[in-house]
Design a protein around this ligand. Structure first.
Ligand SMILES: *Cc1c(COP(=O)(O)O)cnc(C)c1O
Length: 383
């Protein structure tokens, strides 16, 4: 940065790779005492190749939700046998790709899907390892669009059908059921939700015992740990300790069982900023609008989930402008929902000022689109 002007054309994402390293080592430190608890990074949160490589190099596995993500994970160095593959709609080519790559397991969400995986595995003369994604019917106190574990959600198999689907899989020579999978939602900050899931898993395991089903080696508890979007400077790390210990303290595991966590957001959200520039300050009849050159095409979370990101006028802070004014910060896209903040207090803001939108490392760049014929955002890595 020189004289308050960024040299790089805006908008772009900036990733703090040192903060990523620090986050990864905190996770490793938390998990070190437990050799049967593992992290599979949920690749969809951020698929930047350098970010993926750092996470793979740290020895974590990958949670993928598409064939493209499996390819990206393999290219970044995640071993195939540490990749799990979830998703309600897996295409035949994706199933084939996953089988041929030799992934650790498919997280299967329906009987219809199980049958197709069996068919393709039979064709390839292979046995497909599967975990069943069970809908635990526990609530997650988060935005409705990111709640996934309630009975009415499209995800997973009803818990009442668990024994039935495992029995069905036992009859299929091309399927080997190796575990259970759960995922209740995202941006969850109330540990009670994770505790509810852990206790529900204990109940379900008891039911499996009663049904005489052999111990399943994998319990995948999904992800969903939230981060502090309001004050990222104060809380650059998610509360990994409370999160992991909720499971290590409360899950009743059978001997030999491995637990997989699938965190995405908590690993990468705080490493990213979206850097944008003020195009105009527009005086409306009742409001003042700061119109920036990034929009929902670069960061869709505010438009899609009503998400609030911490916003800083970097240039005004350098100028030392102390007088605060109230602005709506909006993007240039032809959609009324293209709004980053309403009634936000910022120092007096001018055309050309650099605005930083914090906590944009997860579900930012990966959800970018080319709507309005806009180019995809550039990325700058900071080491
Ligand atoms: C998206 C997703 C995750 C990661 O969720 P975060 O909230 O980013 O931790 C984990 N598991 C599955 C199955 C997912 O779809």
């Amino acid at each position: 940065m020189t004289h308050g002007k960024e040299i790089i054309p805006t908008p772009y994402y900036k990733y703090d790779m040192r903060l990523l390293d620090e986050t990864l080592s905190r996770i490793s430190d938390e998990l070190r005492p437990y050799n049967n608890y593992h992290l599979h990074y949920a690749v969809k949160a951020n698929t930047n190749p350098d970010v993926l490589k750092r996470i793979a190099a740290q020895g974590f596995g990958a949670d993928c939700v598409s064939g493209g993500e499996i390819r990206a994970a393999l290219a970044a160095g995640f071993p195939a046998n540490s990749i799990s593959y979830a998703g309600v709609g897996k295409a035949d080519w994706e199933i084939r790709l996953a089988l041929e790559a030799g992934i650790e397991c498919f997280n299967v969400e329906s009987i219809a899907e199980l049958e197709i995986i069996a068919e393709i595995a039979t064709e390839l003369n292979m046995v497909a390892p599967v975990c069943f994604r069970i809908n635990p019917d526990v609530g997650a106190h988060t935005h409705a669009n990111i709640t996934t574990g309630m009975a009415e959600n499209k995800f997973g198999i009803a818990k009442e059908d668990m024994v039935k689907v495992i029995r069905m899989a036992e009859q299929m020579p091309a399927i080997k059921c190796i575990g259970l999978h759960f995922h209740i939602g995202s941006q969850i900050l109330d540990m009670q939700d994770f505790l509810d899931l852990a206790l529900r898993i204990n109940e379900l395991q008891d039911q499996l015992d009663e049904a005489g089903i052999e111990t399943l080696p994998i319990i995948n508890v999904g992800g969903g740990l939230g981060v502090d979007y309001d004050d990222p400077d104060k809380h650059p790390f998610a509360d990994f300790h409370s999160y992991f210990s909720t499971y290590t303290d409360n899950l009743r595991l059978r001997s030999g069982q491995q637990v997989i966590f699938e965190l995405g957001r908590a690993v990468v959200a705080q490493i990213g900023q979206l850097v944008t520039r003020v195009l105009y300050v527009k005086e409306g009849t009742v409001k003042k609008f700061v119109i920036v050159d990034a929009g929902m095409t670069e960061l869709i979370r505010p438009a899609l989930y009503d998400a609030k990101h911490h916003i800083v006028n970097v240039t005004a802070e350098q100028r030392g402008d102390a007088v605060l004014e109230k602005y709506d910060v909006v993007g240039p896209i032809c959609e009324s929902s293209d709004v980053f903040a309403t009634d936000l207090l910022l120092p007096h803001t001018q055309r050309g000022d650099i605005i930083s939108i914090a906590s944009a490392g997860a579900y930012g760049e990966t959800m970018a689109s080319q709507y309005n014929c806009r180019p995809l955002p550039k990325v700058v890595l900071e080491w």
